[in-house]
Every structure is written in C-alpha cells, then in structure tokens.
Design a protein around this ligand. Sequence first.
Ligand code: 5GP
Length: 184
Amino acid sequence: MKVVKKTIEVQIKDKDFKLFISESEIQTEISKLAAKINNDYAGKDVIFLGVLNGAFMFVADLLKNINLECEVSFIKVSSYKGTSTTGNVHELIGLVSSLKDKHVLIVEDIVDTGLTLDKIYSMIDHDEPNSLEVVSLLYKPDSFKGNHPPKYFGFSIPNKFVVGYGLDYMEQGRNTSAIYKLIE
Ligand code: 5GP
C-alpha cells in the first residue's frame, strides 16, 4: 500500500506555516473557475496575462482547464517585501503584444489591498482592450481598498499571510502544491 504523506507544517526561513488550503481544494476550485471563464468568454478574442512571480502555478493549472482559443502572456510588477504590503508599485514589464480590442483577463495569485491591480489596470487600459477583468486564486476582501475587485476568485480568505502554490515568503516557499498560513 502506498502511504501518501501530507505536509501539514512548513518552515521558511524564520517563520512557521500550517496547512491552509489543500492541493485537492485548490484544483477543484480551479476547475470551477475555468468552467465559468470558458462559458463567459466563448467565441471571444482572449488573452490571459499572468502576473509574475506569484501567479506562475495558478496560470499553469488554470490554463490546462481552459478550452478557449486564447493567448497567454506574463507581466511583472514588484510591490511586496516580507509579510506586509509596501504600497509601492514599480514599472510594468513584459507587455509585448497589443491588447487593443482583446478581452484581457489578468491572472493574479492573490488580491490583498488591490493597489497593485489598480496600477496594472491603469497601465493596461491605455491599450484600449475590449474588456479587462481579473481572475485571482485568493482574495482578501477585508484588506481590499482598490477600485477593481476580481471578477473571478477561488477563495475569499481572512487578512492573514499565506505562502505556497506560487506565493513566497522572502522569495522562498513558492514550490508547494498546497497553501500554508503563517503561525502567529
Ligand atoms: P496588493 O496589496 O497590491 O493587492 O498585493 C500585492 C502583492 O502582495 C500580491 O500580488 C502578492 O504578491 C503580495 N501579497 C499580498 N498578500 C500576500 C500574502 O498573504 N502572502 C504572500 N506571499 N504575498 C502576498
């Protein structure tokens, strides 16, 4: 018999984290999100724009469940140091193809204050896309103070620091299949 060992606690640098959202919960929610998107965007000219680094795993798993004719690209901003948002958003890099008249779906790992998204929105809106929406795996509504809440999100979570499945603590801990919450 094969014994499947589940990691229920991880240590990253000086912090300990406990299991918060399992791999199977994540994958189930992703297939539901993809089904909604497949339905809403059928027949449209769609481009998925993953926000690096955190969204790389979510983009990969989401797109395996998307059956639209679509483009996939990545952009990068940086705004976060350690375990609290700094509010500073730097330059947007990586946008190569024109977004004019396309249906753009920004793919985020997590929407916290929403300030990063506001900045991305204002930069992308210049390209006159046909529509611009956000799909985020995680959403922290209690700390949200932006203008663009995600149209699609997998999990609404409390205002706690989480890692794993693409999300980092000091650039580490991204390489797990589940999501872990900081033990305070
Ligand atoms: P914002 O506050 O602008 O919505 O979020 C900015 C960025 O902060 C997110 O894209 C994400 O990279 C990071 N972030 C926000 N909350 C968390 C969290 O709980 N854990 C980790 N690892 N990153 C977070």
